[in-house]
Design a protein around this ligand. Structure first.
Ligand code: ADP
Ligand code: MG
Length: 304
């Protein structure tokens, strides 16, 4: 008896999903990356981190970038943020070249980047105040965004009094308060436990649905990418190059049941194939320490 379930192709889209992509493609382009290359050159080495990256993101689109560790995801997001220069190519935000950091891009990183000596509210007010907004205006905006991320009641708490998930919500409020055109997120939920992470993903989708924001979200978690994204940009390692851009066929609104839908599983199978093309080709170096070579027990029966 064959128990295997036949998955549809990840390229198959329902009418609803296809018409959603038609609508997305009609929207204006917020971010365009053309032939982007990035080398890290020093006296002793020259690392090619990104090679010939091309993609476009439409307004209110949710794009995930996925790829193995070291493939250049953080370099890409730092370059888009203007924190890092690029070697050649172009990054255009609203058709204008990115030449440095700017308020039109909000950033959320994995590590908690809140100021520990400021209250939650003051953390969110910090950007607007630095940009010359009056204190009462900054305070009003901060409270508005804290409400949106569900932390209105914690405005006067300090970061150390919050859980990891809550701190990342403050980081999101702090990025959104400047009303950026695009939110750049570099593995923002990577340090959270699995349950908090799942809640934060759903919470982020709720926020995204309710405001005019475009998201570029970096992750190395396949499930997270499929759950969140309209499209997934798959990078391959050394140098980071675009392997494929996948239109996720999983319908919205997404929820826990999406994770077991045939479209989800088909997309995951495709990502597995792209990211781990042939497990058998692991280099010999990876095999140096074989678990069976180390034994810390004299008990002879085998737990396997
Ligand atoms: P990822 O975020 O996908 O794990 P990174 O963007 O951090 O990857 O790194 C991509 C490559 O660029 C790696 O080989 C890394 O060692 C190299 N790299 C990153 N930052 C620097 C730097 N400042 N100087 C030299 N090499 C760097
Ligand atoms: Mg990284």
């Amino acid at each position: 008896m064959n128990n295997e379930i036949k998955l549809p192709s990840y390229l198959e889209q329902s009418d609803a999903v296809r018409s959603r992509f038609d609508r997305i493609n009609q929207r204006e382009i917020i971010l365009e990356v053309r032939n982007l290359c990035k080398h890290f050159a020093s006296k002793h080495s020259n690392v090619e981190a990104l090679r010939n990256i091309n993609f476009k993101i439409h307004r209110r689109e949710f794009v995930c970038v996925i790829g193995p560790s070291g493939c250049g995801k953080s370099t890409l997001v730092r370059t888009l943020a203007g924190l890092e220069g690029h070697s050649s190519g172009e990054v255009l935000l609203d058709d204008k070249p990115v030449q440095g950091p700017g308020q039109d891009r909000g950033m959320v990183f994995q590590g908690y980047s809140l100021f520990p000596w400021l209250t939650v509210k003051r953390n969110v007010m910090f950007g607007p105040e630095m940009n010359g907004h009056a204190r009462d205006e900054a305070e009003r905006d901060a409270l508005l965004w804290l409400d949106l991320v569900g932390l209105g009641k914690f405005a006067n708490a300090y970061p150390h009094q919050l859980s990891g998930g809550m701190r990342q919500r403050v980081a999101i409020a702090r990025a959104l308060v400047n009303q950026p055109r695009i939110l750049l997120m570099d593995e923002p939920f990577g340090a959270l436990d699995a349950m908090t992470r799942a809640k934060m993903q759903t919470h982020l989708l709720d926020i995204w649905r309710n405001i005019d924001i475009t998201v570029l979200f970096i992750t190395h978690d396949l499930d997270e990418a499929i759950y969140l994204a309209d499209r997934i940009l798959v990078l391959k390692a050394h140098p980071g190059e675009v392997q494929e851009i996948i239109e996720v066929p999983v319908p919205r609104t997404r929820g826990p049941v999406s994770l077991t839908s045939p479209e989800f599983l088909a997309t995951k199978a495709r990502l597995e194939k792209l990211i781990h093309p042939d497990e058998a080709q692991e280099s010999e170096e990876d095999e140096v320490v074989k678990p069976h070579m180390i034994r810390f027990t004299n008990v002879t029966d085998n737990v396997d």
